[in-house]
Write a protein that binds this ligand. Structure first.
Ligand code: ADP
Ligand code: SF4
Length: 684
């Protein structure tokens, strides 16, 4: 197949200063938690995207000096020449496929933890604080300003030596000293670097000019700038500083990379920004103020939406972080007329969560993400089958679907049995909840692939027992039968069933998603802390219920801090009128009321009356078929449980488990062999 001519415009080259891209697909800088500790993995991760057709591939933020050290997060590092060879790995990998390599030089200022370097962090003004960090930062002197300029120039020269084509100056995500200088909240200086916007932008102008002078003859200089912080007058606003900065610097950089700040707004989840191109209302004006090319993001996965951005004059280059993570081959698939093969990002921010946990990247849709070097996995290639034997996959949730698809890609004959009338398991159910419709993409991508494959037989409405499976005499059996939510309250807080709960007609998320009747006054007890507690609360409000959400944790949906959603979740529930009670656990329940008490003081107790009690605490694996089969394990060459049936976890973990099982089917008794590759620190 070849590409539809209406997409030709996406494959036009774009000149950026002294360089030219091969097309308009631009992987903007994004974190992947590999960075300076895992340079081979970093290079392999970016290589695959270059192979997949992206015209430009950028690093994550790269520390340019130890006084801006973001430990424990693993981003890039270019402190001195010792770091150059690591970067060479990445630029060589990217250049192999004819893509350009960009580096995002970052001086994080007051945001720097400096936990490794132990140098006092610096900010435009004294006494600035960041987050709940118990230390503060100090005001930069003129000497510090000269140094920050010098460090940018030195890093830019090293970047060129390392082979980069695009060098970034960075003022976004609230993570850069240059953005801090722009903000009156952080910049209260009375010298020529504070006060008016012309003064507050001075350091940025100087650094852009310095860097351009140093390497601008061969490298393009990009400026990444947050035009709005979505904080109204308490932050930078597109209508004020956004326009002013672009007006003042319009022709200085070779490329404008524009977005909204902070990271939670730039990488908004689908729950809070369901539409592609959601940044357009903020960034659309930029092109009218500069003749230089503009790149921007907006979780673009549809080729039509991308074309629209170009044709309407919003963007010149289609920026993508998450869409390139979910599908590193997105450009090639458009080029080859394989639109239905695109693995669309679902906007869940599991990738972001990994970075916030200082762990290597993972992706719900793309289980090979971060595993390119470690396990030699490729998102589009898999090793062929080693026999012509058949495999039975029981259960077609995320784990079973991924496993069946990849086994079929390897060439095995696959039978996929699903008890329900539709495929998808939990993502089919959960995608019905408010804001989670994109989760159905996990099913849709895999179902679309599987139905085209002659070597997969799908049996829906087929609940298999162990007896049924023995009769099939299939040598390899993979159980992906999922899990069920517990009714008894056992979870993180309660090790044993909640007092009195046996006598209550408790509802679980499974019941709610299956359409059970819910009473008028609802008490939701959330000891899961991810998205189900808050999405079910929202669903209940939509249905006109009065909702009280109780959690033993100190925050509502605390794990969503990692996905950058927690504040938005809390604000939404608050706006919906949900009563939220934190740091309280159930003491006892009966048919009408619950007694809840402070987790720190059982004497501080109160009663809450309800018509329905929804318990969201933990899950039990649905592994009875698997355990029955295990009794006669010797009848099978392979018998394993994967996904939630093995251990309840995220959708991302289930997809990964399905992928791992398909890759390792023929690995013998030691299923986890071979051990993955690790990067060992040099001992020179
Ligand atoms: P995971 O996230 O691990 O993929 P899910 O709960 O999403 O788990 O999916 C499990 C799927 O397995 C569900 O669609 C369920 O209907 C199906 N299933 C459970 N037991 C059986 C069985 N005995 N035979 C066939 N399908 C089953
Ligand atoms: Fe998209 Fe989720 Fe993958 Fe991140 S983890 S790229 S948000 S699908």
């Amino acid at each position: 197949m070849s590409r539809d001519s209406k997409y030709d415009i996406l494959f036009e080259p774009v000149q950026i200063g002294p360089i030219t891209t091969k097309n308009r697909f631009y992987q903007v800088p994004h974190c992947n938690g590999l960075g300076h500790a895992r340079p081979r993995a970093e290079a392999a991760n970016r290589r695959v995207k270059a192979e997949g057709g992206w015209g430009v591939i950028c690093t994550q933020e790269v520390e340019i000096h130890p006084s801006s050290d973001v430990s424990p997060f693993l981003e890039g590092r270019l402190w001195d020449n010792l770091d150059i060879p690591q970067h060479r790995l990445m630029t060589d990998a990217v250049h192999e496929s004819g893509a350009l390599a960009g580096i995002e030089l970052a001086y994080t200022g007051l945001h720097a933890s400096n936990l490794y370097s132990r140098i006092a962090p610096m900010a435009p003004s004294d006494g600035m604080v960041y987050g709940n960090n118990p230390s503060q930062s100090r005001e930069m002197t003129k000497r510090d300003i000269r140094n920050v300029r010098k460090w940018h120039v030195e890093a830019a020269k090293r970047s060129r030596e390392a082979g980069y084509d695009i060098v970034y100056v960075y003022a976004s995500h609230d993570l850069s000293v240059l953005q801090h200088f722009l903000k009156p909240q952080y910049n209260q200086r009375s010298d020529e670097y504070g006060g008016s916007i012309e003064n507050r932008v001075r350091l940025t102008r100087e650094i852009l000019t310095d860097v351009k002078e140093a390497v601008g003859d061969t490298c393009a200089i990009a400026f990444r700038f947050a035009v709005d912080e979505l904080r109204g007058p308490d932050g930078l606003q597109a209508e004020c500083e956004g326009r002013d900065v672009i007006g003042l610097l319009a022709e200085i950089p070779d490329l404008w990379d524009v977005n909204i700040s902070d990271w939670s707004n730039d990488s908004a989840t689908a729950r809070f920004e369901p539409n592609e191109g959601f940044q357009e209302p903020y960034t659309a004006f930029v092109k009218s103020m500069t003749s230089k090319p503009v790149v921007g993001v907006g979780r673009f996965t549809s080729a039509d939406a991308m074309v629209s951005q170009i044709r309407r004059g919003i963007l010149d280059l289609i920026g993508a972080a998450r869409p390139s993570i979910a599908d590193p081959y997105l450009p090639n698939k458009i080029d080859e007329g394989r639109i239905e093969d695109i693995r669309e990002c679902i906007g869940c921010n599991i990738c972001v969560a990994q970075d916030n946990l200082a762990a290597p990247i993972r992706c719900t849709q793309n289980p090979t993400q971060g595993e390119e070097w470690k396990r030699d996995w490729h998102p589009e290639k898999i090793q062929p089958a080693t026999s012509n034997e058949s495999v039975l996959v029981v259960g077609a949730g995320p784990a079973g679907l991924e496993c069946a698809m990849q086994l079929a890609n390897r060439g095995y004959e696959v039978t996929l049995a699903e008890a329900g009338d539709e495929l998808g398991g939990r993502v089919s159910r959960e995608s019905q909840l408010p804001g989670l419709s994109s989760y159905a993409r996990v099913r849709d991508y895999r179902e679309t692939q599987i139905v085209q494959k002659p070597n997969v037989q799908i049996y829906k409405g087929n609940r298999l027992s162990a007896e049924d499976i023995f009769k099939l005499e299939i040598p390899h059996v993979i159980c992906a039968t999922g899990s069920s939510w517990r009714r008894d309250g056992v979870g993180r807080h309660h090790a044993f069933a909640v007092d009195g709960i046996d006598a209550v007609a408790v509802l679980t998320p499974d019941d709610v998603m299956a359409g059970s009747e819910i009473g008028q006054r609802v008490l939701i007890y959330d000891d899961d802390h991810y998205y189900l507690g808050n999405t079910i609360a929202e669903l209940c409000v939509q249905r006109g219920k009065q909702v009280c959400l109780v959690t033993p944790d100190s925050l509502i949906s605390s794990w969503t801090e990692y996905t950058l959603e927690q504040e938005k979740v809390h604000a939404r529930l608050s706006a919906l009128g949900v009563e939220m009670i934190t740091l309280h656990a159930l003491q006892s329940v009966n048919a009408e009321r619950a007694s809840i008490a402070s987790v720190y003081d059982a004497n501080q107790a109160r009663d809450i009356e309800y018509d329905s009690l929804i318990m969201i605490t933990s899950r039990t694996p649905d592994n009875s078929v698997y355990t029955d089969l295990l009794a006669q394990e010797n009848k099978f060459k392979t018998l394993i449980a994967i996904g939630d049936c093995e251990v309840p976890s995220t959708v991302a973990a289930a997809v990964y488990a399905g992928h791992l099982a398909a890759r390792n089917l023929d690995s013998g008794e030691d299923f986890y062999a071979p051990l993955f590759r690790r990067e060992m620190p040099g001992l020179d």
